[in-house]
Write a protein of this length. Structure first.
Length: 155
């Protein structure tokens, strides 16, 4: 994806065949929750979480049955947390929202915006990022494997 004025152009490809899917679509980032006064930094990962929100609306109840967990991401920039995202695949038909988990999260991931994008794009593997300290995990680390089916085809 790349930015064109205030929109972000999004193109997806099938990894195995390099065939373009969903080409030519644009995303206009919008806030999913109220932000404190003062401009919050713009993050690349926000677009991924917004796309996850779209997917949850399409197939949330199926994911809740398969995953049955709550994940929280603490996204950092320059070593400081700048945003939290929660993916609740335990209740209802699932939801994703900006902010700390309303219920105790089963797994909490802490990583930089850049490293999150590298993971989603497949440029680094989660276990490699964990072992070199670029990814910190609290809670049930094994539940993280269930995220692969959700994040696998993001880009």
């Amino acid at each position: 994806m790349w930015k064109e004025r205030k929109k972000t152009y999004h193109q997806s490809k099938i990894k195995e065949t390099e065939e373009a899917t969903g080409s030519g679509s644009y995303v206009t980032p919008t806030s999913t929750s109220a932000k404190p006064s003062g401009k919050a930094p713009s993050l690349q990962s926000d677009l991924i979480f917004e796309e996850l929100g779209r997917r949850i609306k399409e197939m949330g109840s199926q994911l809740v049955k398969k995953v049955n967990a709550i994940f929280q991401w603490d996204i950092t920039r320059d070593g400081k947390m700048v945003v939290q995202w929660t993916l609740d695949l335990k209740t209802g038909s699932g939801e994703i929202y900006q902010g700390a988990s309303r219920c105790p999260a089963d797994t909490v991931f802490t990583l930089s915006d850049h490293d999150f994008m590298q993971l989603v794009l497949g440029k680094i593997k989660p276990h490699q990022a964990f072992f070199v300290g670029r990814l910190k995990v609290r809670g049930n680390i094994m539940l993280g494997r269930k995220l692969e089916m959700i994040l696998k085809n993001q880009l």
